[in-house]
Design a protein around this ligand. Structure first.
Ligand code: HEC
Ligand code: HEC
Length: 278
């Protein structure tokens, strides 16, 4: 009797081990079609200035809260990291630590905590999209070193200690670009366009999302500008002007200081994203 019972227990134990390995909800690991966030590497997700790759495969991944605590450890399956999202809070930023790389956190935000949500990240861990690839809910860019950290609007100097900037862009109503601090999610600056399509340079209209962020090598504003002020100055005026107070920046004026609205001047993110209050 005893040995028969032991045999049955052994069968149950190995069956539950197997179920855990394939991702059984009763074993604590989510099934792919449950309420999950599945994170995968996508080498095609890199802008023109492809940042150096940091990982070639996801070996482990942890979801951190904005105070740095580990909320969950992912199940690694087929090269993807799967998190269960049922208990997360929609609209809040979390940070994913991949392969224990504490300085290269990947921000994530969900507009729902039900269903199967997908997030793709570039091997540099700096470019990512949440949601369907053809129409992502959120587009995220992180500016790790050697990019500058967040700088003071007053003088362009980096804050000490360094604050790594990331940008989250959404096209939902209203569309917005939000610049935040990596790790805490604190918002530093934001912009909501009054027109969802950039008025156009030459004959073409550019959608706000791909015009603002350098993803998938689209016609992003830095590339369209290409160092030629005359491509932008007809509408945005003198690109070298920086107005005294952040609050008086205007997009369409001869001396409106538009190129200092998000980063410190016309060379772009290499000069750092500005903190309007500093
Ligand atoms: C035909 C006029 C026009 C030209 C030319 C133009 N812009 Fe704009 N730009 C606008 C307007 C209008 C807005 C929207 C302002 C708002 O929504 O408040 C805008 C907004 C932006 C934004 C914010 C993102 C967005 O899509 O709303 C960026 C970045 C920008 N312009 C960069 C540039 C750069 C760089 C150039 C030159 C390559 C340029 N613009 C040329 C009119 C123009
Ligand atoms: C609404 C915010 C915003 C405004 C206004 C803005 N930029 Fe940018 N800019 C960004 C962001 C965000 C990036 C980083 C894009 C990325 O790396 O995905 C960037 C990057 C750049 C880059 C680097 C591009 C590259 O390929 O590395 C250049 C150059 C640039 N911007 C030029 C300008 C000029 C010129 C203006 C003024 C006409 C301007 N920007 C106004 C948000 C803005």
């Amino acid at each position: 009797m005893r040995s028969a019972l032991r045999g049955i227990l052994a069968v149950i134990a190995s069956a539950s081990l197997l179920l855990t390995a394939v991702g059984c909800p009763f074993g604590g690991s989510p099934l792919p079609n449950a309420n999950t966030l599945t994170l995968r590497l996508d080498p095609s997700l890199a802008g023109e200035d492809a940042d150096a790759p940091l990982v070639s495969a996801i070996e482990n991944a942890e979801l951190l809260s904005s105070t740095g605590g580990v909320v969950q450890t992912a199940t690694i399956s087929g090269g993807t990291a799967v998190f269960s999202i049922g208990t997360l809070i929609a609209g809040r930023d979390y940070f994913i630590r991949i392969n224990s790389l504490a300085d290269a956190l990947v921000p994530t935000r969900l507009d729902t905590t039900t269903g199967a949500v997908e997030q793709s990240i570039s091997p540099s861990l700096q470019t990512s999209v949440v949601g369907p690839a053809n129409e992502p809910t959120y587009r995220v860019r992180t500016f790790l070193q050697p990019h500058k950290g967040i700088v003071r609007y007053s003088n362009g100097l980096e804050l000490v200690p360094r604050q790594t900037a990331y940008a989250v862009l959404t096209r939902t109503t209203p569309p917005s670009l939000s610049i935040r601090v990596l790790g805490t999610g604190e918002e530093v600056n934001s912009f909501s366009p009054t027109v969802t399509t950039h008025p156009g340079i030459g004959p073409s209209l550019q959608p706000f999302d791909t015009f603002t962020l350098d993803l998938l090598s689209t016609a992003h504003h830095g590339a369209v500008y290409g160092g030629d002020d005359t491509r932008c100055s007809a509408c945005h005026g003198n690109l070298d002007v920086k107005v005294l107070t952040f609050g008086t920046i205007t997009p369409l004026s001869a001396n409106g200081g538009w190129c200092f609205r998000c980063h410190y001047g016309k060379l772009g993110d290499e000069l750092g994203f500005v903190d309007p209050l500093q």
